[in-house]
Design a protein around this ligand. Structure first.
Ligand code: ZN
Length: 375
């Protein structure tokens, strides 16, 4: 049976699996809930098949999971995260005629289910796998993957290609061939307090220094090159009659290339106070390197593009500003991202997937994977 027919036939069960997983709330910072969600993933997995499973126990974060199928020497990787940005009970699960809503349903629990159903399809059809397929699930993606990053990179190094199950570009359904890198900086500025009325000359305003720094940072924006900086946080001072001795600025940086990311990183490393009487202490740095477009990832996209055509729909590629664990895998292996579901409302209350595109996206992932696994 073709994948598309198989997933269409089993759509009811697929939706039940998605529902079960979405109902298991899994905020990144709550180990207790993450562990419960992990149990659900394992039970869905083990209900279906015998696969080689590994669990990486984490003390404070949720545990990371690895499943493997096939005997091949070479490896193909799928990566997905089961944490979400939603607290316990933050959003209800609900359906209307065309959409299913729920916390983390698009980002990216439905994507995880599509990977599980890939294995299920392979097993029920008794399909051979020339290369082994590894599915790695982490629990800390929404907070920058601090504990899973080394594990993900290790798997990527062993893999011929990586597929990331993040949602497709919202509404349009494009696959993600490149993602910007992300960096974050926190500037802690120290000045000198004094009475604004009695001794205005004795004080050194941390806020005035912050203002100068903000304008300099803003001037680094280069939209042509895709390098963007946003001062998204500013705090300081307090009493209006006191020259403020403290201010804080938080900056989010996105860049298309590693060169640009490093250029901005150097800027912050060498940053000096404009007013030499102030002191600036800088926290943060590069978080995710850019997932840069290259020939090999374009080839992966071409395979997906053809598979979509065979399934009767068009899929295009896109470069996006948001980062994912694809930024880490792409350091070591060709990566194609956005192979999860189509929908809208990532990190927003109207987060949903489109019902009538479930089967075709499941089939797109399955057929693309099979092509790469067996080519
Ligand atoms: Zn995500």
């Amino acid at each position: 049976m073709e994948a598309m027919d198989y997933f269409t036939l089993h759509e009811h069960d697929i939706k039940e699996d998605i529902k079960r997983l979405v109902l298991a709330d899994s905020p990144s910072q709550n180990k207790e809930l993450l562990d419960l969600c992990k149990d659900v993933i394992q039970s869905i997995f083990f209900e279906y098949f015998h696969v080689k499973a590994t669990e990486y126990a984490m003390e404070h974060n949720g545990n990371h999971l690895r499943f493997e199928m096939g005997e091949g020497v070479e490896q193909i990787l799928m990566v997905g995260h089961y944490d979400t940005v939603w607290d316990r009970g933050a959003l209800p699960y609900r359906e209307d005629e065309n959409k299913i809503f729920g916390p983390g349903i698009l980002d990216m629990k439905s994507g995880l289910i599509s990977a599980i159903w890939f294995f299920k399809y392979v097993q029920s059809m008794n399909l051979p796998l020339k290369r082994r397929v590894v599915f790695f699930l982490n629990s800390d993606e929404e907070i920058g993957s601090p504990t899973s990053r080394p594990l993900i990179e290790e798997e990527a190094k062993k893999s011929m290609a990586a597929f990331i199950l993040e949602p497709a570009v919202t509404v349009s359904g494009e696959l993600k061939i490149a993602r910007k890198g992300t960096s974050r900086y926190l500037l802690n500025i120290k000045g000198l307090a004094s009475h604004a009325g009695n001794n205005p000359r004795d004080g050194v305003s941390a806020i005035t220094e912050a203002a100068r720094q903000i304008l300099n940072i803003d001037a680094l924006n280069d939209f042509e090159k895709g390098t963007t900086l946003n001062v998204g946080m500013m705090q300081g001072g307090g009493k209006l009659n006191v020259i403020p001795d403290e201010a804080h600025i938080g900056v989010d940086v996105r860049s298309v290339t590693q060169t640009e990311q490093e250029r901005i990183d150097d800027y912050f490393e060498q940053l000096e106070p404009v007013d030499k009487r102030t002191n600036i202490d800088i926290d943060g740095g590069i978080n995710r390197p850019p997932m840069e477009r290259d020939k090999e990832s374009e080839e992966l996209f071409e395979i997906a593009h053809e598979e979509a055509e065979d399934l009767g729909f068009e899929v295009e590629e896109a470069e996006v500003g948001g980062a994912s664990d694809g930024n880490f895998t792409s350091l070591h292996t060709p990566t194609l991202d956005g192979l999860g579901l189509v929908g809208d409302g990532i990190h927003a209350e109207h987060e949903h997937i489109i019902k009538n595109q479930i089967a075709e996206r499941f089939a797109l992932l399955t057929n693309t994977l099979l092509e790469v696994v067996n080519e």
